[in-house]
Ligand binder design. Structure first.
Ligand code: ACO
Length: 339
């Protein structure tokens, strides 16, 4: 089976509104010094009132489509990685199809035996969503070789942060990313291989409420369980172990060593986690790319925000070996190898 998968275009978008560490100093018992020294984060972008993740997902998608030099009508699949969906249903993928004007070319009004249908769905692998999405896309491409896949990551975690909880609210930001994936034509980067893992025994460590377990009736008031909760120290240890082990497994499977890697991009959760993974892998720090100081933890979107910036700085290059790794709620984790 042909497992060729190319990233043909890349785009990102964050809301304009920013929250700095100094803004947090005004609303809770914290300090810029504590946040920077414990996390590396200085500011993050958050959705403004009335704004939705579909807005930033749309912008990121348009940029990826332009970057790939394709017509949007070529898209056969929209896959959205999110753990903060706009609604429980419909999927953000379907909302995006409507906003992009794709339903009118392939939807119910135009069903025929000639037009390919547009496949749309969301999936939740939390912060590992982009890496999981690459593997899902590889499977679709192997089954349907002429596919053009729009893989989107979109997170609005600020809408599920408890701003009375200083241990979680300072960590996260909102953002979206998108890539066009196909197995033919011009491309930016090749996806060589992907390796995924999960362990449901740790599902209590990071939770985001608001699902159907909340037996709501009109007029109810939400409590803390509606928001993101996390056992930070446990997550920290598991994140370091998970990302380092999965990366080594992927390298070994491809007969590579850490020395063969030109650029290392991890999920941007906490600078100390990234440094600890780098140390475990003995990868030199100048090969490790970070930009979380500007965005905080944007969950599934963080790797794409980092890839876009690394590309702008000339660090993410076609042909150079790039190792991606992520870790998140579930617990889930995964690594991917690009060149
Ligand atoms: N400002 C000031 N003090 C704080 C703050 C804050 N914002 N937050 C916590 N503290 C205090 C604590 O209350 C504690 O005080 P105490 O000793 O009096 O009890 C002290 O600082 C130390 O707290 P720790 O939790 O031990 O601090 P730690 O160094 O572990 O850092 C952190 C906490 C930043 C959350 C860290 O554990 C971490 O980054 N964990 C991983 C989080 C992560 O990466 N999540 C990613 C997955 S998210 C997803 O999948 C959606």
């Amino acid at each position: 089976m042909n497992s060729t998968c190319y990233i043909a275009g890349l785009g990102t978008s964050v809301p304009e509104k920013k929250l700095s560490n100094f803004d947090f100093e005004k609303i809770m018992d914290t300090s810029n010094e504590w946040i920077v020294s414990r996390t590396g984060i200085k500011t993050r972008h958050v959705l403004a009132e009335g704004q939705n993740i579909s807005d930033i997902a749309y912008e990121a998608s348009l940029k990826a489509i332009v970057d790939a030099k394709i017509d949007k009508s070529e898209i056969t699949h929209i896959l959205v990685a999110t753990c903060s969906p706009q609604k429980l249903s419909p999927s953000l993928a379907c909302i995006l199809a409507q906003n992009l004007g794709l339903s009118s070319t392939s939807g119910l009004q135009t069903i025929s035996t000639h037009n390919p249908s547009l496949v749309c769905f969301d999936f939740n692998a939390a912060c590992s969503g982009f890496i999981y999405g690459l593997e899902i896309a590889r499977a679709f491409l192997a089954l349907h070789s002429n596919s053009t896949i729009l893989l989107v990551t979109a997170e609005g975690l600020s809408r599920r942060l408890n701003f009375q909880d200083r241990t979680t609210s300072i960590l996260f930001g909102d953002g979206a990313g998108a890539v066009i994936l196909r197995n033919h034509g011009d491309y930016l980067y090749k996806v060589h291989d992907v390796s995924l893992g999960s362990d449901g025994d740790y599902c209590d460590l990071i939770q985001i409420g608001g699902g159907t377990e909340f037996e709501a009736k009109v007029g109810d008031v939400v409590d803390e369980s509606f928001f993101l909760t996390m056992q930070g120290r446990e997550v920290f240890k598991s994140a370091v172990r998970g990302m380092a082990q999965e990366s080594l497994k992927l390298l070994e499977k491809n007969s590579l060593t850490v020395n063969d890697i030109d650029l290392f991009i991890t999920h941007q959760a906490n600078l100390r986690i990234i440094e600890a993974v780098g140390e475990r892998l003995s990868i030199s720090q100048d090969k490790v790319f970070t930009n979380l100081e500007k965005y905080g933890n944007t969950s599934a979107s963080s790797i794409l925000l980092a890839m876009e910036e690394a590309r702008e700085q000339g660090k993410l290059k076609k042909g150079a070996k790039t190792l991606l790794t992520a870790f998140g709620s579930g617990l889930t984790w995964g690594s991917a190898l690009l060149s």
